[in-house]
Design a binder for this molecule. Sequence first.
Ligand code: ATP
Ligand code: MG
Length: 221
Amino acid sequence: MNQTVLEANQIHKSFQLERSQIDVLTDINLSVKSGEFVAIMGKSGSGKSTLLSLLAGLDQPSAGHITLNGEDITNFSEEELALKRQSDIGFVFQSFHLIPTLSVRENIEFPLSIARHQDDEKVNELLSAVELEHRRDSFPHQLSGGEKQRTAIARALVANPKILFADEPTGNLDEKNANQVMQLLLNLQQAFNTALVIVTHDPELAKLADRTIHIVDGKLQ
Ligand SMILES: Nc1ncnc2c1ncn2[C@@H]1O[C@H](COP(=O)(O)OP(=O)(O)OP(=O)(O)O)[C@@H](O)[C@H]1O
Ligand SMILES: [Mg+2]
């Protein structure tokens, strides 16, 4: 339980604009332990999504180091990062990012098929856990927002990641679906002992976290 899954040391991120540079994140230090639930809060534009992308290996910091499962991923190539994301990281986006031409079942299975690792039992377990067995053959355009996000959550967990990142996962859902999706995320986090890092604007949700960190102007408070 107390093993560190993720460590960020002295992270800095800036973006080059046409005539200037903006420093979005400065001096970020953060560590997440196995099975821990961390909420990230902060105003719009404060750098939450940027931080999540760096932690999840979707983008690279301008300076500093990120260690995932004891391995420094900072200087990984695109290919190495892609492999790492496949094996150790799950990511849930606000806007679902499902593949429109694949069914619910195929979307959930997708990370396994890329890794050429079939696991029907796991896919069935997750279809049941997110209560979508009856929609297994439906396509994303036939689903409600809550159903789409439940599919995305199952997909994010199918490869047994050590850590799951979610960027405002309930931001596009009404209150009822948001509560259901959140409850599901928490149940699965505990069932699989996955660390969970969530960006949220919802103080009620943050209360459920083991820890809440606040970003103000690109710095942790
Ligand atoms: N690729 C980019 N190029 C230039 N600026 C960027 C880029 N990505 C993000 N930014 C800037 O970095 C700042 C932080 O953006 P970020 O998306 O991390 O904010 P956020 O906290 O997630 O906001 P929100 O709550 O609105 O989602 C913003 O000022 C944004 O314009
Ligand atoms: Mg954001």
